[in-house]
Design a binder for this molecule. Structure first.
Ligand code: HEC
Length: 104
């Protein structure tokens, strides 16, 4: 998927990340079988009720995905690790990402 260069930064750090560090696929994969730095971004990983970071089982919807990307907070209100960048995204870009990841 080609998104235009997104503005991103790490928590507690206002400096913009260089564009090459912000592509989802550099840290995530789209297949559950591959070992990667971060969780696989598959439809079932977002849509199934599973425990994330020790919290109770939860699933993503468009609104909680947007919050994770923008504010680094998961559906159980648990803060994501600092290694997941924070993105400044328009609603339309978030919606496109949701459709892309979930095949919705
Ligand atoms: C620099 C590496 C990196 C990049 C680039 C990155 N992520 Fe992440 N992401 C992570 C890490 C590491 C985590 C795990 C955070 C945790 O478990 O606390 C994460 C977690 C997530 C989660 C939460 C998953 C869960 O377990 O609840 C979502 C959703 C997510 N990333 C989506 C994206 C999307 C979409 C992009 C591209 C726009 C992206 N990430 C780009 C490193 C990255």
């Amino acid at each position: 998927m080609s998104l235009h260069a997104m503005s991103a930064h790490l928590r507690d750090d206002d400096r913009p990340l260089p564009a090459w560090t912000t592509r989802c696929v550099n840290c995530h994969t789209q297949t559950a079988s591959t070992t990667a730095f971060a969780q696989p971004l598959t439809p079932s990983y977002l849509l199934d009720a599973i425990s994330r970071r020790g919290g109770p089982p939860s699933r993503y919807n468009p609104a909680t995905l947007y919050r994770a990307l923008r504010d680094g907070i998961d559906p159980d209100n648990i803060m994501l690790r600092k290694s997941m960048p924070r993105y400044e995204l328009a609603d339309t870009e978030c919606a496109a990402l949701w459709r892309f990841i979930t095949n919705d």
